[in-house]
Design a protein around this ligand. Structure first.
Ligand SMILES: *Cc1c(COP(=O)(O)O)cnc(C)c1O
Length: 468
């Protein structure tokens, strides 16, 4: 047997190889509030709930109390009244999946034997593609404008009308508040007016914006339950809610809509089964941690964190405006920015986002490279470098700006390596290289039906006990 000390030191050593989760140097995946006392609180909450099974809140009644409190607080933040209810889930993907499941089942009850359709802009999160694939729902994608990063309500409504042609109306429309790739808000209120009239379920995916936009300074166009036609909203506690991973909420207008999310059966010889979410037995640690964080911060605490985030965003956006060859896509509503090569600049002065990501990484900051995408109408969305800013960004904004300026100066006018099909086998054998620009342009150029298999190979290899 290995001693517990040895085991712990092995875990510590492995963690030391990860990028820093605190301090704002990783501009995606992690959300840092910059308050060490909240980390201690979370650790204690997790410890207290570690042995609990969240499967049955009638046995572990503490779980019911925490979830009820979180739903109540979330709906007050998201503009819902007492007609809005919902669940705490394990994350954004599960919240989105459950919203699609509820919309699908409620549509099928009204259209037995029909094929449910989901209409959404190209920029909607892949969780909805996954939900459509898992749940047998047909997807209709609406191209977004490469300039604004979103689409007009008219384009969404035209897609709704086309999908209804000769049949029932689509089961669901999904819009984002804001979208992940470009951080831009979709036209929620304009679409809601029409979908409400047609009786179509409108889901607003506020997984990333749900705990940010309610306190964002200035005018943000309506996107939450205050917009009458909004049926459901997803909002991740483990993003700008600053809870540790494993917590999100999905809320519904109307108790019957929430109930359509559940699975229940009495048709087996065991205990009566009622699962509100995907999992059966489940940890209550993330729920307890999210409850503890939201309870401590309250609306006033979030307002403070958002004010810090907004100040950093303004400062960084303004500095980006002074970097030649680079421009922000659209007009982001919040703290997510996508940087593209400035089409108004001569190619010799433009900055390639893939090269920028590699050059910024050398300076200790991790941005996310987002490949270009050809949409169904032939328009192309540009390659971008994605930044998710958080409250702690305010403490390192000058350093980040310095890194962006220096990186831009280093790569201005240069082109990313061309696609190289030989890289796929090389990465599979040796893992990812230091500089990712070549891998990204190879992936970008790969036919969309071949990319998934290559990505699966890569990730499956990472955890294969017999590989490497
Ligand atoms: C993060 C995100 C999701 C999915 O959430 P996970 O927590 O990663 O499963 C869905 N939609 C948007 C807009 C997101 O940013």
């Amino acid at each position: 047997m290995t001693t517990t000390d040895d085991v712990l030191s092995e875990l510590t050593r492995l963690r030391a190889g990860d990028p820093p989760t605190h301090g704002g140097r990783v501009l995606s995946y992690v959300y840092d509030h910059g308050r060490p006392e909240l980390d201690e609180l979370v650790a204690a909450a997790v410890q207290a709930f570690l042995p609990v099974n969240g499967l049955d809140p009638t046995t572990f009644t503490s779980v019911a109390v925490l979830e009820r409190d979180l739903v109540a607080f979330s709906r007050s933040v998201l503009g819902g009244d007492s007609g809005v209810v919902g669940s705490v889930t394990s994350g954004g993907t599960e919240s989105c999946l459950l919203a699609v499941k509820a919309a699908r089942d409620s549509w099928i009850a009204r259209n037995p034997g029909g094929r449910p359709v989901l209409v959404m802009p190209t920029t909607a999160h892949p969780a909805f593609r996954k939900a459509a694939a898992y749940l047998g729902v047909e997807l209709v994608e609406v191209p977004v404008s490469p300039g604004s990063g979103t689409c007009g309500a008219a384009a969404v409504l035209a897609a709704v009308a086309a999908a209804s042609d000769g049949g029932a109306a689509p089961a669901m429309v999904v819009l984002s508040a804001p979208s992940y790739p470009f951080g831009v808000l979709d036209p929620v209120a304009e679409v809601a007016e029409v979908t409400a009239e047609l009786g179509i379920w409108l889901h607003v995916d506020a997984c990333i914006g749900g705990w940010l936009l309610p306190w964002w300074p200035g005018e943000v166009p309506g996107w939450d339950f205050r917009v009458p036609g909004v049926t459901s909203v997803s909002a991740d506690l483990h993003k700008y809610g600053y809870a540790p991973k494993g917590a999100s909420v999905v809320l519904y207008r109307g108790r019957e809509n929430h109930r359509a999310q559940y699975f229940a059966t009495a048709s087996w010889p065991g205990y009566p089964v009622v699962n509100p979410t995907v999992l059966g037995s489940r940890s209550a640690t993330a729920l307890a941690a999210a409850w503890a964080i939201t309870r401590t911060l309250g609306a006033a605490g979030y307002a403070e964190l958002v004010a810090e985030t907004a100040a950093a965003t303004t400062k960084i956006r303004s500095a980006l405006g002074g970097i030649e060859g680079l421009t922000v896509v659209g007009d982001p509503a919040g703290a997510l920015l996508a940087l593209r090569a400035d089409p108004a600049c001569a190619p010799a002065r433009q900055i390639d986002p893939f090269l920028l990501v590699d050059a910024v990484r050398e300076r200790g900051f991790l941005l996310q490279a987002q490949p270009a995408l050809q949409q169904s109408d032939g328009t192309g969305l540009p390659r971008t470098a994605h930044l998710t800013l958080t409250a702690v960004s305010a403490r390192i904004d000058s350093e980040l700006i310095e890194a962006l300026v220096a990186a831009a100066n280093q790569v201005r006018g240069r082109s990313a390596p061309p696609p190289d099909p030989a890289l796929v086998a090389q990465v599979a054998a040796e893992g990812l290289p230091e500089k990712l620009a070549g891998v990204m342009s190879t992936l970008e150029a790969m036919p969309k039906d071949q990319a998934p298999a290559a990505l699966v190979d890569l990730l499956a290899g990472v955890i294969d006990p017999d590989a490497g």
